[in-house]
Structure formats: structure tokens, C-alpha cells
Design a protein around this ligand. Structure first.
Ligand SMILES: NC(=O)c1ccc[n+]([C@@H]2O[C@H](COP(=O)([O-])OP(=O)(O)OC[C@H]3O[C@@H](n4cnc5c(N)ncnc54)[C@H](O)[C@@H]3O)[C@@H](O)[C@H]2O)c1
Ligand SMILES: [Zn+2]
Length: 337
């Protein structure tokens, strides 16, 4: 099979590799669509993210969907031919965090496209059978791949306890912010304000249901008429994060999804006087059933986010599309092409 391999910073090439065989409890998936994430681009540009360093050639891509090609020993479902969305992080399922239901915090997580685990820019991958989630025909291949970033938004809304009537502020209208907007609305939020510095992304946020937008180049989220109760921080921009925390209502909750600077100046007196709650998020746990239902029912539109599709041989172009085109939001790679 063909795979697109990151051999070093700025160097992706097609290689031939044997089709992987599913082991006990695993399925092989013929990959049809893979979303490009900011982390893929970051590995491509820098060869590392924090403590994760690309030391051996690495296959990128962790937002993937396809159909089941083969079952490993002991596996009875999903059936061969079933369309599935891949949940790309498989925990050990035995440690204290896993047993507490927080498998996203498993120290032994094996996550696609995170060194040394290969990802899905490949014609076939193998994955734990329970992490290949069947999707109905109403969910497109690209949308099935993008259930992964949607899961980040669902997890953020759960951590922020977004519910009927919530007033929500989403900072950053990239793919993560845009799925968070749609999820917050689906969870019943009645005000969803979105800030960004890119007017095209603010237009898209409005199209997807944001009730108001703030151009952070000229306005401040601290000037909103009614202070938000929940912040879903999806820009990773430290100054934007600090300012958004200042905008929260008393008793508000700040969910820090965006990854930017390692350190953040925190407006401590605001956090204390308003009894704000702050949490980080790390990926997600148990989100696929919700993600599938939201997309299948039409409450969340993932296809609208797709601004470009590339064959596997053009994976490098896909990885750099964002820097060439400010209108680019989410590009996907189609490994069978
Ligand atoms: N916590 C997790 O598990 C998790 C998972 C996936 C992604 N992330 C992080 O989420 C963040 C968003 O991901 P993405 O793919 O949407 O990235 P992105 O870079 O496409 O989106 C970030 C957006 O923030 C906007 N922005 C920049 N400065 C701003 C400001 N001052 N105010 C408001 N908006 C501003 C940018 O214009 C951009 O549209 C990234 O930091 C990413 O690393 C976290
Ligand atoms: Zn574990």
C-alpha cells in the first residue's frame, strides 16, 4: 500500500509498505478520508510538539474514516465493509484513569500520528475494533473523518456544562472553534458569541449559527452587553484567553481547549471575586456516539468546513494549504485517490 511519510521537517514522501494485518481485537480499515489537523502541520513544520519528537519516519493524520477491510482474531463486529469513523487514541483500558472513565488521560495512550505511533495518511490502518465506530449512510466520508475534531468540541461543551439557555463565548473560529459553536447550539445554548481576527472565519461562524461575532482586531469581548457564562477558548492565543476570562459572568466557567503558550497571565482577582471555574481539556472520552448522532441528525454540519480535498500523493500540499490560503478552514486527504 501507499503511505505518506514525514521523514523530517518539511519532508513528506510517498512510500510503499505492506498492508497491516489486524491483530487480536483489531480491525483493518481501508482509509477513505483523513482531515489535516494543526498538529499535523506543526509536526511537518517543526518535527516536534512539546515533548513529542519525530525521531523515526512518521505517518501523519489522525482524523480518519473508511470501511472495514478485515477482522483480526476474535473480532465479530464491525462487519467487513461497514463504514466507520476511527477514534484515533487507544488507551490501555486497565490503568486507574481508564477505570475511572477518563481514558483520555491514560498514560499509556497510543494515539495516531503522535511519535512513535503512525497515523492514517495511508491506504490502510489497523485499530482496536471498539474504536472503529460504525456510521450511518447519512454521514459523508469527510464528515465521518471530522467526527474527531467534533469530539474535541463536544468534550469542551461537556466540561463547560453547556446546557439549555447557556450564554457561551467561543474565542477562535478555526475548525475547533467552529465545531464548538455548533455543539454549543446543539446542547441548547441560546447565545453563542464568537471572536476571531479573520473576518472570513467570522462569516462562517455566523453562517453556522453564531448569534454574534466579535472582530478581535477592533473590538473586545469584555464589552459584550451580557457577559457569557461559559468560555470555550479555541484560539490558543494567551492574550485572547486572559481577556476572555475577564469577560465572564460571576460563577462562569472557562474551558481552555486552545494550546498556545505554556504559561498564561491569569487575572487572579477576577477568577476569585467571580468564583470562576477553570479547566483544561485533553482530547475527549466517550464522545463518538454523540458526535455521530449530532451529524446524522443534521444538527452539526461538518461538510461545510471542508475547503479542499487532496489525493494521498499531494499530502504535502494538503499540509501547507492553510498558510497559502486564508480562506482555508479544513482540508482532507483521500488516500484511495
Ligand atoms: N485540548 C485539545 O485536546 C485540543 C485538541 C485539538 C486542538 N486543540 C487546540 O485548539 C486550538 C484550535 O485549533 P484549530 O484547529 O481550530 O486551530 P486554528 O489555528 O485553525 O484556529 C485558531 C483561530 O484563532 C484565531 N485567533 C488568533 N488570534 C485570536 C485572538 N486574539 N482572538 C480570537 N481569535 C484569535 C485564529 O485566527 C484562528 O482562526 C489550537 O490551539 C489547537 O492546538 C486542542
Ligand atoms: Zn489507561
Amino acid at each position: 500500500m501507499r503511505v505518506a511519510v514525514l521523514r523530517g521537517p518539511g519532508d513528506v514522501a510517498l512510500e510503499e509498505r505492506p498492508v497491516p494485518e489486524p491483530g487480536p481485537g483489531q480491525v483493518a480499515v481501508r482509509v477513505i478520508s483523513v482531515g489535516v489537523c494543526g498538529s499535523d502541520t506543526h509536526y511537518y513544520d517543526h518535527g516536534r510538539i512539546g515533548r513529542f519528537v519525530v525521531e523515526e519516519p512518521l505517518v501523519l493524520g489522525h482524523e480518519a474514516a473508511g470501511d472495514v477491510a478485515a477482522l483480526g482474531p476474535g473480532v465479530t463486529s464491525p462487519a467487513v465493509g461497514q463504514r466507520v469513523s476511527i477514534e484515533p487514541g487507544v488507551p490501555d483500558l486497565t490503568c486507574a484513569q481508564c477505570l475511572a472513565g477518563r481514558y483520555n488521560l491514560c498514560p499509556n495512550m497510543r494515539f495516531f500520528a503522535t511519535p512513535p505511533i503512525d497515523g492514517a495518511f495511508a491506504e490502510y490502518v489497523v485499530v482496536h475494533a471498539a474504536f472503529a465506530h460504525p456510521v450511518p449512510d447519512t454521514v459523508s466520508d469527510d464528515a465521518a473523518a471530522l467526527l474527531e475534531p467534533l469530539s474535541v468540541g463536544i468534550w469542551a461543551c461537556r466540561k463547560g456544562r453547556v446546557t439549555a439557555g447557556s450564554r457561551v463565548l467561543v474565542t477562535g473560529a478555526g475548525p475547533i472553534g467552529l465545531v464548538s459553536v455548533q455543539t454549543a447550539l446543539a446542547f441548547g445554548a441560546t447565545e453563542v458569541v464568537v471572536s476571531d481576527v479573520n473576518p472570513a472565519r467570522l462569516d462562517l461562524a455566523r453562517e453556522l449559527g453564531a448569534t454574534a461575532v466579535v472582530d478581535a482586531r477592533t473590538s473586545s469581548v469584555t464589552d459584550l452587553d451580557r457577559p457569557p457564562e461559559v468560555l470555550l477558548e479555541c484560539s490558543g492565543h494567551p492574550a485572547a484567553t486572559a481577556q476572555a476570562i475577564r469577560s465572564l459572568a460571576p460563577g462562569g466557567r472557562a474551558v481552555l481547549v486552545g494550546m498556545g503558550g505554556d504559561e498564561l497571565p491569569l487575572p487572579l482577582s477576577v477568577v476569585q471575586e467571580r468564583e470562576l471555574e477553570l479547566t483544561g481539556t485533553f482530547r475527549y472520552a466517550g464522545t463518538w456516539p454523540t458526535a455521530i448522532a449530532l451529524v446524522a441528525s443534521g444538527r452539526v454540519d461538518l461538510d461545510r468546513l471542508v475547503t479542499g480535498t487532496y489525493a494521498l500523493g499531494r499530502a504535502e500540499e494538503a499540509l501547507t494549504a492553510g498558510r497559502r490560503d486564508h480562506l482555508s478552514v479544513k482540508v482532507v486527504v483521500h488516500p484511495q485517490r
